[in-house]
Design a protein around this ligand. Structure first.
Ligand code: PBG
Length: 330
């Protein structure tokens, strides 16, 4: 007995040392099929604007977005998430629900070119608002008006479904938006379109590069009135519970890496599929360090994203998706 138990750690080391066994005892395996790849679709023709803080990610006009979607599909990425950068912004976010808006047109073009690729659309107003907030603003009070915003968000979701979006992903964090979007989709005959809700969206510094990419930095104030305080995890669980009750089909935790405990707790709380959004700043950190030769990009990305999956996410939204698919198939 005493002798058998003397060096128990050696049993673990034996499984690590036997090369062919490592794969068999591996608990978490990333696959290209776990990923959704975000694409920034810009108005205009033949646009390929580099985003300085996100090396390798570009604002693409529809023709180039279609090519990028085809490339991701060919590598085995099952879905893309579309963000729009409209020509004009205003205080009613008209571009968000315009049937001929940039996301609506891009959705149609991508579904035409690659019908098997899932098209997920970001449902938010910030990219279309001149002030950059995610809802309608009462200028006198400098406040985002929750209920007025819901109508516009629901209209936006319906216009995406009409264009052929397979899933809609509300990212605004207004209260009650999942219920509002669900009832409007149902009323318009899109009862089979799932909602992938950004249920736990934190007020994060890691969205900085995205705001540059989407040109959606708030012109005044910040988003702390509607996004979650990074210090709170129970509050995120409440958000997830509410979104689930309101009819969300998939819940998102965002960002991913600083919130792996939240990913794990959400995974344990809900039976819904859980997605984690590996956001722009998480992407840029590794890219910048790799450019300086401070980190090995491939190793760091695969390790970080394996951690996200190990924490409990079955879907990972990441700008690294095509690279990961390539690395995993090499
Ligand atoms: C809001 C939205 C944001 C992101 C996705 N949707 C930014 C924000 O709240 O400012 C960030 C994604 C990223 O950083 O990659 N519509």
């Amino acid at each position: 007995m005493g002798e058998e138990m003397a060096f128990p750690e050696q049993r673990l080391r034996r499984t690590r040392r036997t090369a062919g066994l490592r794969g068999l005892v591996r608990e978490t395996e990333l696959s290209p099929g776990d990923f959704i790849y975000p694409i920034f679709v810009a108005a205009g023709e033949d646009v390929r604007n580099e985003i300085p803080s996100m090396p390798g990610i570009l604002q693409l006009s529809i023709n180039h977005a279609v090519k990028e979607a085809q490339r991701a599909h060919a590598l085995g990425t099952p879905g893309v998430l579309l963000f729009g950068i409209p020509e004009d912004k205003d205080e009613a976010a008209t571009g968000a629900y315009d049937p001929e808006g940039v996301v609506q047109l891009a959705t149609r073009a991508i579904k035409d070119a690659v019908p098997e690729l899932l098209v997920v659309t970001d449902v938010c107003l910030c990219e279309y608002m001149s002030h950059g907030h995610c809802g309608v603003v009462d200028k006198e009070r400098g406040e985002v008006l929750n209920d007025v915003s819901l109508e516009l968000l629901a209209r936006t979701a319906v216009s995406h479904a009409e264009a052929g979006a397979d899933l809609v992903a509300p990212s605004d964090m207004m209260d009650g938006r999942v219920a509002a979007i669900r009832s409007e989709l149902d009323r318009e005959g899109y009862e089979n379109t799932p909602i992938m809700a950004y249920a736990a969206k934190y007020a994060s510094a890691f969205y900085g590069p995205f705001r540059e990419a989407a040109e959606s930095t708030p012109q005044f104030g910040d988003r702390r009135n509607y996004q979650i305080d990074p210090a709170n995890a129970r509050e995120a669980l409440r958000e997830v519970g509410l979104d689930a009750e309101e009819g969300a089909d998939i819940v998102i935790v965002k960002p991913a890496l600083p919130y792996l405990d939240v990913v794990r707790r959400v995974r344990e709380q809900t039976d819904l599929p859980v997605a984690a959004y590996n956001v722009s700043g998480e992407f840029s950190m590794i890219k910048a360090a790799a450019e300086k030769g401070w980190l090995d990009e491939r190793g760091a990305v695969l390790e970080a994203l394996t951690g996200v999956k190990r924490a409990g996410a079955e879907i990972i939204i990441s700008y690294h998706a095509p690279d990961v698919a390539r690395w995993l198939s090499e």
